[in-house]
Design a protein around this ligand. Structure first.
Ligand SMILES: [Zn+2]
Length: 277
């Protein structure tokens, strides 16, 4: 599932072609995604000017010159393809948007999603604060509001485990199952530790590890765009150098203990029981 770094990578790729680019055509092949795409999307989006996209949590937001927002959510298996030239529609392509850039180049943006847990929406910017997907999002982990004081406030009187805490989108926006394991490994904190057992030093380690892991992965994503020569133009996933996720039965990089796989809240969780306490 795409998490913050993957979504940021897609945003970065889109920003290379979306900078006052006009929507010349839009085709929707399937509307029943996680939520049904609004019937008006085709007519509303046509001839709109798309400006530089940005990310909020795991959402891609593309403002238009007429104060609307085009939103993409990649769900579990969504990808965005950016293609130039003629494009033949593939299985699971649900939305296809043709754009013309300011310097008269043509590109096709395709939203493909086999499991259809993603979503595409278009709404006036005045609705952004109350949008059902955006209104409850917590702080951006790379932003200045992600502080020890903020975490302490959110932890107050709670006893859930730290991994679930990190993945709670209403507390921190953008961290999912993979990066939660990576962050806690980096911070030497057990995913099973409950938040009432976290002191200031732990919180400091979590904040430092979160920023480090996410930035490192965004950089890896940026590299994948620069080298991105795949003929299918697929974006949204890139090869990451993970240290703990998916490494059960492998030796820990730090201590030679064996990484274990446990289940927390029905999600695979990997950790080193020696380094992470
Ligand atoms: Zn270890």
């Amino acid at each position: 599932m795409p998490e913050l770094p993957e979504v940021e990578t897609v945003c970065l790729a889109l920003s290379k072609i979306l900078n006052n680019s006009e929507v010349s055509n839009i085709e929707i092949f399937r509307k029943d995604l996680r939520w049904t795409i609004n019937d008006n999307l085709e007519t509303d989006l046509k001839e709109k000017i798309l400006k530089k996209p940005y990310r909020r949590g795991k959402y891609i937001l593309i403002p238009t010159s007429k104060e609307h927002i085009l939103l993409f959510h990649l769900g579990m298996s969504g990808t965005i393809k950016i293609l130039s030239g003629e494009y033949k529609v593939f299985k699971h392509d649900h939305v296809k948007i043709k754009i013309e850039t300011e310097d008269n180049n043509f590109f096709t943006i395709v939203y493909n999603d086999p499991r259809r847990f993603g979503y595409v929406d278009f709404f006036h910017i005045s609705k952004i604060k109350n949008h059902f997907l955006l209104k409850k999002l917590g702080v951006e982990p790379l932003g200045k509001d992600f502080t020890i004081q903020y975490l302490q406030k959110k932890m107050y009187n709670k006893s859930k485990c730290v991994k679930n805490f990190l993945m709670d989108q209403s507390i921190i926006a953008g961290i999912g199952n993979i990066y939660a394991s990576e962050i806690l490994y980096e911070a030497n904190i057990s995913p099973l530790r409950t938040v009432d057992k976290l002191n200031k030093e732990h919180l400091k380690s979590i904040i430092t590890a979160t920023k480090f892991i996410l930035k490192k992965s965004i950089n890896a994503g940026g590299t994948s765009i620069r080298n991105h020569l795949q003929p299918d133009g697929n974006l949204g996933y890139f090869v990451q150098k993970l240290k703990v996720y998916g490494k059960n039965k492998s030796k820990c990089n730090k201590c030679n203990n064996v990484i274990v796989l446990i289940n927390i809240n029905n999600r695979s969780t990997y950790y080193c029981s020696n380094c992470q306490r």
